[in-house]
Design a protein around this ligand. Structure first.
Ligand SMILES: Cc1cc2nc3c(=O)[nH]c(=O)nc-3n(C[C@H](O)[C@H](O)[C@H](O)COP(=O)(O)O)c2cc1C
Length: 381
C-alpha cells in the first residue's frame, strides 16, 4: 500500500503500522490501562446521529472559521504531540509545513524534537505552543517569552498530566526514549529497515525545547527524558493557571477539561478557550469521551468561551457532530501522526486532505453551506 492508496485515516493507520517498528507504532496507537477510554473516544461518536435537511443550496461549501483569533480554512487543527522524531525524520517541521499548506494551525509540544524557534523560522502558518506548568517556574516563564519573541499566536496549557498515564503497550514492546536497539525490540527494528536506517544515519533525537536546561543543570549527564519527567508538578492548581494566563496576553487554551465545573474555573483563571480532551485516552482510563462532554460544557458556559474537541476524531462526520453539539473547532493527534509515520509531510497532507474532503462532502449532504449553519438541530443524541 502507498499513501496515495489510502482513502481514510484507518487506511493511513494500517500503512503507519507497516512502516514503524512496533515500539514506535504502539507508542502512537496505545492508551492507558485497559484502553477503555481510548476505544470509547471514537465509538462514542456512533451514539449521535446526524439529521440532514433537504433542498438547501449547497453549491458552494465554505468551511472557513475563526478560533484563537486565527482564521482556519477548515475547523480542524493539529494537536500537540511530543517526540515526532520517533515517527519520521521529517519531525515536527513536516507536520507544521503540512498544516500551513492545509490552511490550519499547528500546535508544537513542549516535548518536541524541534525547538519552538526552529519551527517558527522554518515554517509558515499560524502556530500555538503547548506548555506545562513545570516545577521550574522560571523555565515555564521562559517559554512564554520565547513564544512571544517567535510570534506564536496562542498558548495551550495541558492540565491532565500531573504525571504520565500507565501505558502498558510501551512496556510490552520495550519502548525506550530515546529509542535503543535492545534485544526485545531488535527483531522489530530489523523488519523495518527504512525507519531503522534513517534513525541510525541521523539519530537527532532530543527534546529541543528543554535541552539547554539539561546541559546547564546537569552538565549534559542527566538524560532528557528523566529531566522532563522530573519536571511534572503535581502541586499545580488554578492559582498557577491564572499566574500563567497573566503573562500571556493572547488566546489562552486550557487543554484536558472534561467537566462543566472545570470549564468555568478555566474561564475564571483567564482561559479564552478550553480543549475538551482526555489526552487521547493516554492518561486516566475510564473517563468520558470528549464528544459526550461537549453539550454539557456548552450549556454550562454559554457563549464567550471557545470549545475545542479533541480525541478519537477519524472522520468528517465526527467533526460535524462536535460542531453541532457546540464546539468551535476540533483538533487531531493520531489522525496526523499516522500520516507522518506513513509518509512524512506527504502523509500528513494526505490525512488532512482526506478529512477536509469528508467534511466538505458531509456538510453538503447535511444541508449546511457554512460552519455557522451547523446547529444542534442537525444532531440527535
Ligand atoms: C504520540 C502522542 C503524543 C502526544 N503528546 C502530547 C504532548 O506532548 N502534549 C499534549 O498536551 N498532548 C499530547 N498528546 C495528546 C494529543 O494532544 C491529543 O490530545 C490526542 O492525541 C487526541 O486524541 P486523538 O489522538 O485520538 O486525536 C499526545 C498524543 C499522542 C498520540
Amino acid at each position: 500500500m502507498t499513501i496515495k492508496k489510502c482513502h481514510n485515516i484507518g487506511h493511513i493507520r494500517t500503512l503507519a503500522q507497516k512502516k514503524l517498528p512496533a515500539p514506535m507504532f504502539h507508542y502512537i496507537d496505545g492508551g492507558a490501562d485497559d484502553e477503555v477510554t481510548l476505544h470509547r473516544n471514537t465509538t462514542a461518536f456512533e451514539r449521535f446521529d446526524l439529521m440532514p435537511r433537504m433542498l438547501v443550496d449547497v453549491t458552494a461549501i465554505n468551511t472557513r472559521t475563526k478560533v484563537l483569533e486565527t482564521t482556519l480554512e477548515w475547523p480542524v487543527f493539529l494537536a500537540p504531540t511530543g517526540m515526532s522524531r520517533l515517527f519520521h525524520h521529517g519531525k515536527e517541521l513536516a507536520a507544521a509545513r503540512a498544516a500551513a499548506k492545509a490552511g490550519t494551525l499547528y500546535t508544537l509540544s513542549t516535548l518536541a524534537t524541534t525547538s519552538l524557534e526552529d519551527v517558527a523560522k522554518e515554517t509558515t502558518g499560524a502556530k500555538m505552543f503547548q506548555i506545562y506548568i513545570l516545577k521550574d517556574r522560571g523555565l515555564t516563564s521562559e517559554f512564554v517569552q520565547r513564544c512571544k519573541a517567535a510570534g506564536y499566536k496562542a498558548l495551550c496549557l495541558t492540565v491532565d498530566m500531573p504525571l504520565a498515564g500507565n501505558r502498558e503497550r510501551d512496556h510490552l514492546t520495550g519502548m525506550t526514549m530515546p529509542p535503543r536497539f535492545g534485544l526485545g525490540s531488535l527483531m522489530s527494528f530489523a523488519l523495518h529497515p527504512e525507519w531503522s536506517l534513517n534513525f541510525l544515519r541521523n539519530p537527532d533525537f532530543k527534546l529541543a525545547n528543554v535541552a539547554h536546561r539539561v546541559d546547564a543543570l546537569a552538565g549534559g549527564a542527566m538524560p532528557l527524558i528523566a529531566y522532563a519527567n522530573s519536571q511534572f508538578d503535581r502541586s499545580v492548581t488554578w492559582k498557577d493557571v491564572a499566574w500563567l494566563a497573566k503573562q500571556w496576553d493572547g488566546p489562552f487554551v486550557v487543554k484536558g477539561i472534561l467537566s462543566p465545573e472545570d470549564a468555568k474555573l478555566a474561564r475564571e483563571a483567564g482561559a479564552t478557550a478550553v480543549m475538551i480532551s482526555n489526552h487521547g485516552g493516554r492518561q486516566l482510563d475510564s473517563v468520558p469521551a470528549p464528544i459526550d462532554c461537549v453539550a454539557p460544557i456548552r450549556d454550562a458556559v454559554g457563549t464567550g468561551l471557545e470549545l475545542i474537541v479533541d480525541g478519537g476524531i477519524r472522520r468528517g462526520t465526527h467533526v460535524i457532530k462536535a460542531l453541532a453539539l457546540g464546539a468551535d473547532a476540533c483538533s487531531i493527534g493520531r489522525g496526523y501522526l499516522y500520516g507522518l509515520a506513513a509518509a512524512g509531510e506527504a502523509g500528513v497532507t494526505r490525512a488532512l486532505t482526506l478529512l477536509r474532503t469528508e467534511i466538505e462532502r458531509d456538510m453538503a449532504l447535511l444541508g449546511c453551506a457554512d460552519i455557522a449553519s451547523i446547529s444542534r438541530a442537525h444532531v440527535i443524541p
